[in-house]
Design a protein around this ligand. Structure first.
Ligand SMILES: *[C@@H]1O[C@H](CO)[C@@H](O)[C@H](O)[C@H]1NC(C)=O
Ligand SMILES: *[C@@H]1O[C@H](CO)[C@@H](O)[C@H](O)[C@H]1NC(C)=O
Ligand SMILES: *[C@@H]1O[C@H](CO)[C@@H](O)[C@H](O)[C@H]1NC(C)=O
Ligand SMILES: *[C@@H]1O[C@H](CO)[C@@H](O)[C@H](O)[C@H]1NC(C)=O
Ligand SMILES: *[C@@H]1O[C@H](CO)[C@@H](O)[C@H](O)[C@H]1NC(C)=O
Ligand SMILES: *[C@@H]1O[C@H](CO)[C@@H](O)[C@H](O)[C@H]1NC(C)=O
Ligand SMILES: *[C@@H]1O[C@H](CO)[C@@H](O)[C@H](O)[C@H]1NC(C)=O
Ligand SMILES: *[C@@H]1O[C@H](CO)[C@@H](O)[C@H](O)[C@H]1NC(C)=O
Ligand SMILES: *[C@@H]1O[C@H](CO)[C@@H](O)[C@H](O)[C@H]1NC(C)=O
Ligand SMILES: *[C@@H]1O[C@H](CO)[C@@H](O)[C@H](O)[C@H]1NC(C)=O
Length: 507
């Protein structure tokens, strides 16, 4: 999806009867909040803690494209944490305009990944649009599954300079929109949304109350039709009335073939919605097929409009829509608009209990790894440094390994809430403070805290963990006595040398 970046869309005629879509508009890299298109765009500084704001010098840019946030490529991911309503459905739109921000050595924009709530949403490749002087946007529909949605930019092997983002929008969609999709298992990633036979600037807010973008497609072969008789509120997807003003159609009783969408589709299941409204008296009846497979037969198009949708339609490669009039039809077929989304299976998220505990562990470290943002385990190839996780329906943290990471700070007692942990390796850092009570970690096999500055006593509760095989505590600043229940326990390897004030267990 690409948009021309010049001022065409800037000043909407605002209609007072329309309330702007609810949600958050984030102008990445902006110093402060500002009003444009009659709506407030916030600075991104409250939503992200890494990267640096940049301003493009090119004149005539839309305000949202004038600033961006650039992220160091070496850190594998950077995240925005955006407050959302749990259970609400969001249209998330990301906008990218490179503007040459990575310098003359990198005339072409970097290619990178975008991740939403632990699921790899898509690759962000703005190369072609940028070469045409256009910005690029992506739109998806996702359910708010918690109080925060995390949106992340990921550096991949193909990312050859610092990734960036220009704008980020989270807009709440009405309950009935796309509601045949199970949003607890799938997200929708938009592939195309077009108003057929329309040639003006993209249709969006205020025509579309949710500010979805309907791009022009194809030549109109008929005079402008009236949309007055279409009852848009009757459509679950609440399309803008304006899409019914134009169509692609055939005045003869003959088949109409439409190559749409024009780009090749990756093999997947798709959500498809096709919109029709008759603009004549008489009857308009036709069959619809996609790549020769019947999609709907004997559709009777009426003046108030109809939509035909499929929730999980398999497609791949080029797509041709064929509309074949029935013998009883008095007019040829027509089509007004279409939407097609890729069904994105959600990969799941780390168990909230583990996420909360890890956030506390992060807070207690003075210099946590820079990629400790977003979901700790997901997507798998983007898991936090030092974290490995279980797979399956319950995603849990099983290993915490920050060996030799030059860490200081302490180990939060909340680590004991990650009850699936089997290995804790924090050796060769500068951690201080006490060793927390870990007795709730019933699966813990190895505990490596050697070569740090842990102080205080060794918790005797360690002896209660039956699965423990290794307890390495050497070269710390531990005091008191080595708990008797740790010594001589069969199969347990305990190391405690190099702690000046530690005494052997009482006899
Ligand atoms: C992208 O750029 C091309 C070439 O400048 C232009 O013809 C086209 O209309 C632009 N696309 C959009 C969606 O603005
Ligand atoms: C990005 O898109 C350009 C132009 O379509 C293509 O040549 C290039 O291979 C793509 N890069 C990646 C990493 O997919
Ligand atoms: C979708 O929304 C419509 C309109 O509110 C409702 O009639 C329909 O039952 C909903 N469908 C599902 C699957 O929830
Ligand atoms: C649209 O509605 C008006 C009155 O409500 C009616 O006169 C007209 O015939 C309708 N047009 C079509 C195409 O049905
Ligand atoms: C429309 O589809 C039905 C069912 O597939 C078929 O029986 C009929 O012949 C088709 N009509 C035309 C005009 O292709
Ligand atoms: C922890 O990391 C260190 C250094 O990277 C490695 O040698 C060790 O095998 C890892 N331990 C576990 C349990 O993964
Ligand atoms: C301890 O950590 C430092 C810093 O990462 C590293 O240079 C050193 O080699 C590590 N020592 C051992 C014994 O692994
Ligand atoms: C662990 O989780 C519980 C709730 O599940 C919470 O009450 C407690 O404060 C957490 N922290 C620690 C250190 O146990
Ligand atoms: C350690 O924690 C367990 C529960 O997780 C608790 O029952 C026990 O009393 C604690 N031990 C100490 C010494 O605080
Ligand atoms: C080690 O412990 C001793 C006695 O508690 C204390 O005086 C000293 O400051 C500690 N040293 C470090 C490096 O924590």
């Amino acid at each position: 999806m690409s948009l021309s970046l010049f001022l065409l869309l800037l000043f909407f005629p605002l209609s007072l009867s329309q309330t702007p879509p609810k949600g958050l508009l984030i102008n990445c890299g902006a110093q402060s909040a500002a009003q444009f298109d009659g709506r407030t765009w916030l600075s991104d500084s409250g939503f992200v803690s890494s990267g640096s704001p940049k301003t493009l010098t090119s004149p005539f840019l839309l305000p949202t494209l004038q600033t961006l946030r650039s992220f160091p490529r070496q850190v594998k991911r950077h995240c925005y944490n955006v407050p959302v309503y749990r259970g609400a459905k969001y249209m998330v739109r990301t906008t990218y305009f490179y503007g040459g921000v990575n310098g003359a050595d990198h005339p072409s924009p970097p290619v990178f990944d975008q991740i939403l709530d632990g699921t790899l949403w898509s690759v962000v490749n703005t190369t072609r649009d940028y070469a045409n002087g256009n910005s690029t946007f992506y739109e998806g529909v996702f359910l708010g599954q918690g109080k925060i949605m995390s949106f992340c930019i990921g550096s991949n092997t193909y990312t050859d300079s610092d990734p960036f983002i220009s704008a980020l929008e989270f807009l709440i969609l009405g309950d009935s929109l796309y509601n045949t999709t199970d949003f607890t298992s799938f997200g929708l990633a938009m592939f195309a949304r077009n108003s057929f036979g329309y040639s003006g600037p993209p249709i969006r807010y205020p025509d579309d109350q949710f500010d979805r973008i309907w791009e022009p497609f194809g030549q109109s072969n008929s005079a402008k039709a009236s949309s007055d008789n279409v009852s848009v509120s009757g459509f679950w997807n609440l399309p803008p009335a304006k899409i019914f003003e134009t169509h692609i159609g055939s005045e003869q009783l003959e088949s109409l073939e439409l190559r749409w969408p024009t780009a090749l589709l990756p093999s997947s299941k798709y959500y498809i919605a096709l919109y029709f409204a008759d603009n004549t008296d008489g009857s308009r009846i036709f069959n619809i097929s996609l790549n020769g497979i019947t999609y709907y037969h004997n559709l009777i198009v009426i003046p108030s409009g109809v939509v035909v949708f499929a929730s999980q339609w398999p497609l791949s490669g080029p797509t041709t829509i064929t509309l074949t009039p029935a013998a009883s039809s008095s007019s040829g077929p027509l089509i007004n608009a279409g939407e097609i989304f890729y069904l994105l299976p959600l990969k799941g998220r780390t168990l909230t209990r583990d996420v909360i505990a890890l956030e506390k562990v992060k807070e207690s470290l003075r210099n946590p790894p820079l990629d400790w943002n977003g979901d700790p385990c997901m997507p798998q190839q983007y898991s936090w440094t030092g974290i490995t996780c279980s797979e399956g329906p319950r995603i849990r943290v099983v290993t915490l390994n920050l060996t030799s990471m030059v860490l200081s700070g302490s180990l939060s007692p909340f680590v004991a809430n990650m009850t699936a942990l089997t290995n804790i390796w924090l050796g060769n850092n500068s951690l201080t403070g006490q060793i927390p009570n870990l007795s709730s970690l019933k699966m813990l096999e190895t505990l490596h805290l050697e070569d740090n500055q842990f102080s205080g006593e060794i918790p005797s509760s360690l002896g209660d963990i039956n699965s423990l095989q290794e307890v390495f505590l050497q070269n710390n600043n531990l005091t008191g006595q080595i708990p008797a229940n740790l010594i001589g326990k069969p199969g347990l390897n305990v190391r405690t040398s190099g702690n000046n004030f530690l005494s052997p267990p009482a006899p």
